[in-house]
Ligand binder design. Structure first.
Ligand SMILES: [Zn+2]
Length: 343
């Protein structure tokens, strides 16, 4: 199937239900975030009701957008029987979580999301990051993250464990065909994508995004080596047949493989850049991050908002980890600090 034949509005954020294949619709939903305006939910027909993938950030505006989109197709909200999340981030998981009681809709997510989901509940958004940041040489940033309370809108958002945990290779029956669960750790520890083999569609969540690259390890309980996992999860998709890319943020693209290759190239360049900065005298992730421009506006690290600074330093640490794995840098590690040298 060619995505060129899938008619989509010019602006991918246009509200409504946009058909991407027989029985499959894309539903853009509004987000309460500054940087990221919209998340794509996907509607499918299950054997005994509707299935929604990643139905947004819990709230009245989000629910209303889903209700309107469903109404446009002649459906009601209480026909939703199953919600599937690609990962535990708020914009993918919380609305589905909030619907479990009133709708009786069941919610499923990858099993390795349990680390972050079960660690949720304190007042800090990132309880484990101060120690991780300090080890990267970012003591001052660590201190600010430790003092940063959870914002009001997040603290009030419904959150908790799902109805079931999915394993790699699980199958979810649809009215026509089925979805295969494929574990793609990296963006988060238990991220999964859903493959509709018969229709040649990939519901990619944040694993493969068409215009940006996802953050790595931006979660309550991150894994130790997120970039290694992310790169393996990208290569895994190249070993499978190519599909239409249905991302959580951004427009539909006709080839997943094409975008995966672009992202792998981007990280290859990033590894070279990080390596060059070590050769020029930087010794830890914080020093490297301070010498790189960030975002498409090429901002300095300390001009970013706090959680983006955290994410940036952790991303560089993940690249240093891969360089060490490749033998391109040496690591000098104590309990408190991790220093790197170009080999
Ligand atoms: Zn995410």
């Amino acid at each position: 199937m060619a995505a060129d034949s899938i008619e989509q509005p010019e602006d991918w954020t246009t509200p409504g239900a946009h058909a991407v294949a027989p029985g499959v619709h894309r539903i853009p939903l509004p987000l309460p975030l500054a940087g990221l305006s919209t998340v794509n939910a996907y509607l499918l027909e299950g054997p005994d009701g509707l299935v929604l993938i990643d139905p947004g950030w819990a709230g009245p505006a989000n629910e209303q957008a889903v209700v309107s989109a469903l109404a446009g197709l002649g459906h009601r909200l209480d026909e939703v029987r199953t919600c599937l999340a690609t990962h535990h981030h708020w914009d993918h998981y919380t609305q589905a979580f909030a619907w479990r009681e009133p709708l009786g809709a069941e919610l499923f997510i990858g099993k390795d999301e349990r680390y972050s989901i079960e660690s949720f509940g304190g007042t800090s958004r990132f309880p484990k990051h101060p120690a991780l940041l300090a080890r990267c040489g970012a003591e001052e940033l660590a201190k600010r993250v430790r003092e940063d309370d959870m914002p009001e809108h997040e603290a009030r958002t419904p959150y908790g464990p799902p109805d079931g945990w999915l394993e790699d290779g699980d199958r979810i029956p649809l009215g026509r065909g089925e979805l295969e669960v494929v574990a793609t750790p990296g963006h988060t520890r238990g991220h999964v994508v859903y493959v509709h083999t018969d229709a040649g569609l990939l519901f990619a969540g944040d694993h493969v995004l068409p215009t940006i690259t996802p953050s790595l390890g931006f979660e309550i309980a991150p894994e130790a080596t997120p970039l290694r996992s992310f790169i393996s999860s990208l290569k895994l998709l190249l070993r499978r047949p190519d599909t239409v890319l249905l991302p959580a943020h951004g427009p539909v693209r006709s080839s997943t493989h094409e975008r995966v290759r672009e992202i792998l190239d981007h990280h290859r360049e990033r590894l070279d850049e990080v390596n060059d900065l070590l050769a020029a005298g930087a010794t830890n992730a914080y020093e490297v991050a301070r010498r790189l421009p960030w975002t498409r506006h090429r901002r300095q690290l300390d001009h970013l908002q706090l959680d983006h600074q955290l994410s940036a330093v952790m991303e560089i640490e993940a690249h240093l980890d891969v360089l060490a794995l490749l033998g391109r840098v040496t690591v000098d590690e104590t309990h408190a600090a991790r220093r790197y040298r170009a080999a």
